[in-house]
Write a protein that binds this ligand. Structure first.
Ligand code: HEC
Length: 180
């Protein structure tokens, strides 16, 4: 009985201590602070498990993600929705500010091999909470366009700089530039 009382008292002290630490402002929310290895490990495991459990959408029958036209449309969507600012792309360097994001946005050609089309779709559609990765559904991008982005991402490791430039060239000319 006595031991239970001690455990209960300890739990209360730990709870109050944690509340004072977090709500008292002692925890630093700085993006420049390094996380302890165990925090990085836990966040990564939670992200992978969550995406695994939630990602179960399949492309609608009208969309073939291996189709060259879909891949090219996906390259244009990738460029026009600003993915390159954070992730870069073939021949395109990410914006400098993305180096200040925490966690760091990955170079996508290194990670797309480990993610299924359903998982890529889920991440781009829903984003990753409390990281810089936005929900593109919340930003107004329709599912069909997200599937084209998935088609492009699955081919990304083999896309040359010249191909990417050619596929996105129409955007460069269509984009509003400074008037002369
Ligand atoms: C403002 C910066 C930002 C933009 C813009 C952005 N991302 Fe991300 N993205 C991130 C960050 C940060 C992560 C890493 C999150 C993490 O480590 O949990 C990420 C992760 C990802 C991942 C990997 C998820 C995983 O499980 O490994 C994919 C795929 C991805 N982004 C695709 C995209 C696509 C496609 C676009 C454009 C439609 C895009 N991102 C736009 C910041 C961004």
């Amino acid at each position: 009985m006595r031991i239970l009382a001690v455990i209960g008292a300890l739990a209360i002290v730990v709870g109050l201590g944690a509340a004072a630490f977090f709500f008292g402002g002692f925890y630093s929310v700085a993006a420049s602070a390094e996380d302890p290895a165990i925090v990085t490990w836990a966040l990564t495991r939670v992200r992978i498990a969550s995406i695994n459990r939630h990602a179960d959408d399949q492309p609608p029958p009208a969309i073939n993600i291996n189709d060259a036209a879909t891949v090219q449309a996906g390259a244009q969507a990738y460029a026009s929705h600003g993915c390159t600012n954070c992730h870069g792309g073939p021949g395109v360097t990410w914006a400098k500010f993305s180096e200040g994001l925490h966690p760091d946005p990955p170079d996508l050609k290194d990670v797309v091999g480990q993610l299924s089309p359903a998982q890529l779709f889920w991440v781009v559609k829903n984003g990753i909470n409390m990281t810089g990765m936005p929900s593109f559904a919340a930003a107004g991008v329709k599912d069909d366009e997200i599937w084209s982005i998935v088609a492009f991402l699955k081919k990304l490791p083999g896309v040359s700089e010249a191909d990417y430039k050619a596929w996105t060239a129409s955007l460069a000319t269509a984009a509003p530039g400074p008037s002369k």
